[in-house]
Ligand binder design. Structure first.
Ligand SMILES: Nc1nc2c(ncn2[C@@H]2O[C@H](COP(=O)(O)OP(=O)(O)OP(=O)(O)O)[C@@H](O)[C@H]2O)c(=O)[nH]1
Ligand SMILES: [Mg+2]
Length: 605
């Protein structure tokens, strides 16, 4: 018989055993899912904005925007993201010509250390409003225990080690009070509690509590790096709806579970299975009935603030609004959700300005209110440019019902233009006259009529249905354990620098054995017990891994890696050799020998 013997355990394995940070045994009354939930963001509207700072800033900035827009249109101008790079401010704090540097420009890397060039210059608020990347780790199972019943008058009490508890699962749950993913700026890592280890007297450990991660309605959850066509893990729409994201590890079995008629006092226990861990990408679809669109500075946020209770930032410079604001309008006992989208520019469909980030939200609105800036030098030009952008982004957007709000009618100049604009819209653009309104968001004139008309169009469309857009899995129960075969594995050989430890030297080869079942088995093997190690050797032989390694030409002393465990190949035969190697490993790791009462008899005795 040929063996591979545990040589030393890599850090990962040792770290596993040092998980002393165990959750206390949950007391009976704790409701499940009392785990951390991201803090709620401020209810509506007010999103962090660049400070309006000096009076000159606005004008300069709009000039820069237009300059960028023009160069972009002609040929290879600066990249769209440049709009948001502070223009080398003269003074440290937001001199004219630049965005206030107080704005949080996170140039950070993601967890892999990759810079994400397209998004890195966007202010953090914007990135976190509708997308977020978080790390999720379900709890590891508790370890099994080796113990024996020791009681007066009970001779040979037998094994009494309990099993470890299951690790907590991680669920995503819809919290209707949330309306953005910005809460995930503050917390990125979510870990469910571990299962509690088993104990003597056949006490099984408690299961880890499930962790509930609160997400806003309309969240789509995808595994990081998933392919385009892969079904997302979850798409959650209704309040309270939940989906399982990561499954906790199974608890390790204690020695009572290993008792058989042949081996009535086994000194063997498993370690808990590792809980699943993964990075996931969250995407929020803004679910609003009405989308307010228009050029920057047209008065979209002002309109939102009059029709709803939302308090968005309003200021006289373009791109005051960086992320969509939502507001709920209650009129005639009906509620309508309005979204004010950041200003759109020519070229928005290909990423200019902020538009493209949010045009996909516009797609989901049922009706659009197109705000025209009455004080603009060319209101009709603005109108047609925006409509063209919508059409270029998605041809279906052209057919979306649209109402026109000619804003700032209180300003004398715009009042003069109104009739001309109205006529042009009806004759040249075919907009029905009953869908064009002259309003003044500032004074409230005409706004009620506009909202009534919006309601009328919504009623014509019929009741809103929140529909799933993806074929998300939305697991609601723990899936049945997949049957993975232990003899399904692959072996890869890598050459490392240095000379082989095998007699005769040669290239230093390392053999990597990969297979879901065998790797899980290795991670659940408790190397502190001799019988566990022996069981592992038996499985290696029976699963054909030893045979396959031999076929690859493994030699004495060469390294074999299975999951996180590392072994040295040995041709030595017999229990005594396995035992000697186990003792050596325990010494190297400085661990007390456990369950060593059963010495294997030396060979031939
Ligand atoms: N006189 C007048 N001024 C208005 C009216 N509506 C908005 N404004 C002003 O126009 C400026 C821009 O308003 P916002 O509501 O911030 O415009 P916006 O379209 O949201 O702009 P961005 O978010 O930057 O795209 C502010 O100074 C408002 O006070 C109006 O009806 N009359
Ligand atoms: Mg705005």
């Amino acid at each position: 018989m040929q063996q591979t013997l545990p040589k030393s355990l890599p850090n990962g394995v040792r770290a596993g055993r040092q998980q002393l940070v165990r959750p206390g045994r949950p007391s009976g009354g704790v409701p499940s899912g009392a785990g951390p939930i991201p803090a709620r963001p401020v209810a509506t509207a007010a999103s962090p904005q660049p400070a309006a700072s000096t009076s000159g800033t606005g004008a300069d900035w709009s000039k820069r925007l237009l300059a960028v827009a023009k160069t972009k249109k002609t040929s290879s101008g600066p990249a769209p993201a440049d709009i948001f790079s502070p223009a080398k401010p003269a003074s440290a704090k937001g001199g004219p010509g630049g965005l206030d540097p107080a704005l949080d420009f996170d140039e950070g890397m993601d967890e892999d250390g990759e810079l994400e060039p397209a998004r890195k210059r966007l202010p953090a608020e914007m990135r976190c409003f509708d997308t977020a990347r978080i790390f999720i780790k379900a709890g590891d199972g508790g370890n099994g225990c080796v113990a024996f019943r020791r009681e007066k008058f009970v001779e040979h009490g037998g094994p009494a080690g309990g099993c470890g508890g299951r690790g907590g699962n991680v669920w995503a749950v819809v919290d209707p009070a949330l309306n953005s993913l910005s809460s995930f700026r503050g917390q990125v890592h979510f870990r469910a509690p571990l299962g509690v280890s088993g104990e003597g007297s056949n006490c099984d450990g408690a299961d880890g509590e499930d962790l509930l991660v609160a997400v806003p309605p309309g969240t789509i959850i995808r595994r990081k790096g998933a392919e385009e066509g892969d079904p997302p893990l979850a798409e959650l729409l209704q309040p309270g709806e939940r989906a399982l994201i990561a499954v906790g590890g199974r608890g390790g079995r204690g020695n009572f579970s290993f008792k058989t008629s042949r081996d009535r006092a086994p000194a063997i226990a498993e370690r808990g299975e590792k809980g699943e861990e993964l990075w996931v990408d969250l995407e929020l679809k803004v679910v609003a009935d009405v989308g307010i669109i228009g050029v920057p500075n047209a008065g979209k946020s002002t309109l939102l603030s009059v029709v709803t209770a939302a308090k968005p930032k309003i200021a006289n410079y373009p791109f005051t609004t960086l992320v969509p604001n939502l507001g709920v309008c209650e009129m005639d006992y009906r509620t309508t959700v309005f979204a004010d989208v950041p200003g759109l520019l020519e070229g928005a469909h290909e990423g200019l300005g902020l538009g493209h980030e949010f045009l996909r939200h516009v797609q989901r609105c049922r009706v659009l209110v197109h705000v025209i800036d009455g004080t603009s030098p060319d209101p009709i030009g603005d109108y047609s440019a925006i409509n063209l952008e919508l059409e270029l982004f998605n041809p279906d957007l052209k057919d979306k019902p649209q109402l026109v709000a000619y804003n700032k009618i209180d300003v004398p100049d715009s009042g003069d233009f109104w009739e001309m604009v109205q006529e042009q819209l009806t004759t040249e653009y075919g907009v029905p006259a009953d869908r064009i309104f002259a309003v003044s968001a500032a004074t409230g004139r005409g706004v009620t009529e506009l909202v009534r008309a919006v309601r009328g169009v919504l009623d014509e469309l019929g009741p809103a249905t929140l529909e799933k857009e993806t074929n998300a899995q939305n697991l609601t129960a723990i899936p049945a354990r997949r049957d993975v075969r232990i003899d399904e594995f692959t072996i890869s050989v890598e050459e490392m620098p240095g000379v082989s430890p095998a007699p005769g030297g040669g290239p230093n080869r390392v053999y990597y054995v990969e297979g879901e079942a065998i790797e899980r088995f290795a991670s659940m093997t408790n190397w502190d017990y001799y019988e566990s190690s022996k069981r592992f050797q038996r499985v290696l032989e029976a699963s054909g891994i030893n045979g396959a390694l031999r076929a690859k030409g493994v030699r004495e002393g060469e390294t074999v890696v299975i999951g996180e465990a590392e072994f040295a190949w040995s041709e030595a035969k017999g229990d005594a050799a396995v035992y000697a190697s186990w003792v050596k490993d325990m010494k190297e790791r400085g661990v007390n020998r456990q369950g060593s009462a059963r010495w294997p008899r030396p060979e031939g005795v």
